[in-house]
Design a protein around this ligand. Structure first.
Ligand SMILES: [Mn+2]
Length: 355
């Protein structure tokens, strides 16, 4: 018997696939459940169930565990599973924003599979898979979890392919401009150039970069972004001007003449002390609470039609600081989205309980 014939025996492993034929999609690699769950609260890990591809859903979480496309060593491939574990400490209620989103149907749709060696093919897989998911008849809100930032270019192209009639604005939270030249191919340093140089309906005039850090970028790339018509708000500008004002201006710029807005959140936009688990950040970044305020506003805005969160590297995190901050950011966006989908209903009966 040859080796090949042995491999076709009964013990051959086949990665589990979802019931629909969606290119490159595998079922969620893990799900953590908590047997301890107070009966009056809902743990986020018990709330976000794997999607069965049959029941209705509001939000589909699309996981892309790819970080070999990073310029620097990067363990962001581990972010989806780290987040699935970390959800156990979170609940569905935020008194800060006064929303209980336990009735929001958020489902984990699975993991996009990519080849081990061919990264250009891997990014093509991302585009094909995300495009198919965005075209599902349920029309759920797509929330993408990276992965490094290279996944954003194919994800935005996928959005545009699924909505060919739409002109799309782009809000980009990041320490970096991410418009490097492609001398080394598409990486996590090139996604915004990758979008603007694609044949998609995204104009630089509708690009806003929010939270760019000092001494992490080149004057050349600032000039390139501005040459495309883009707008940059540095982290210092946000500290001086205030995040609400900056986001109001950002929405005006991104919404000008567009039909939809795609938001991409690179967690390295935060100051390093709050996000040590990422490849390249500095301490002069955004305060996490400013990011949360921004995401709460964007979640509520009906123009925002897709979002990704990238560059969480759990392998270099400290005491889960970055994973938890990343989790808070995801949940705060969803709280805003909950208000949008329920016309302002807060999701619970506010009457005091006296018995
Ligand atoms: Mn980035």
């Amino acid at each position: 018997m040859s080796g090949t014939e042995e491999m076709t025996g009964a013990s051959r492993y086949v990665a589990p696939r979802p019931p629909r034929d969606i290119p490159h999609l595998l079922v969620p690699e893990k799900r953590k459940i908590s047997h301890w769950n107070d009966p009056n609260e809902l743990r986020v890990n018990n709330w976000i169930e794997p999607w069965d591809f049959a029941s209705p859903l509001d939000v589909g979480v699309i996981n892309i565990p790819l970080s070999k496309t990073s310029i620097l060593p990067n363990g962001a491939y581990a972010a989806p599973n780290a987040l699935r574990d970390a959800w156990a400490i979170f609940t569905t209620f935020t008194p800060d924003f006064d929303v209980d989103m336990s009735s929001l149907r958020v489902r984990d749709v699975g993991d996009v599979a990519v080849p081990i060696i061919d990264l250009v093919q891997g990014l093509q897989n991302v585009q094909e898979s995300v495009s198919a998911l965005m075209a599902q008849p349920e029309a759920f809100f797509p929330m993408i979890i990276g992965g490094d930032h290279a996944i954003t270019a194919p994800a935005v192209r996928a959005y545009c392919a699924a909505h060919p009639d739409q002109q799309v604005g782009l809000i980009h939270f990041d320490a970096h401009n991410d418009v490097r030249v492609m001398d080394h191919g598409p990486t996590n340093g090139t996604p915004i150039r990758g979008v603007l140089e694609s044949d998609v309906r995204v104009s630089g005039r509708n690009l806003v970069q929010v939270g760019i850090h000092g001494f992490m970028n080149a004057s050349y790339y600032k000039r390139w972004v501005e040459g495309q018509g883009g707008t940059i708000y540095t982290a210092r500008t946000i500290r001086q001007q205030g995040i609400e004002s900056v986001i109001a201006e950002t929405l005006e710029i991104c919404g000008r003449g567009t039909d939809a807005i795609y938001v991409t959140v690179d967690i390295d936009v935060l100051e390093l002390g709050y996000a040590p688990g990422t490849a390249a950040a500095t301490p002069d970044g955004l305060d996490p609470v400013d990011l949360l305020e921004a995401l709460f506003i964007l979640g509520q805005d009906p123009r925002v039609q897709a979002i990704d969160f990238v560059e969480l590297d759990p392998t270099r995190d400290v005491a889960e600081i970055t994973t938890r901050t990343f989790g808070s950011a995801v949940l705060t966006f969803l709280a805003g989205l909950f208000l949008r989908l329920h016309q302002g209903w807060r999701g619970y009966d506010p009457a005091p309980i006296t018995d």
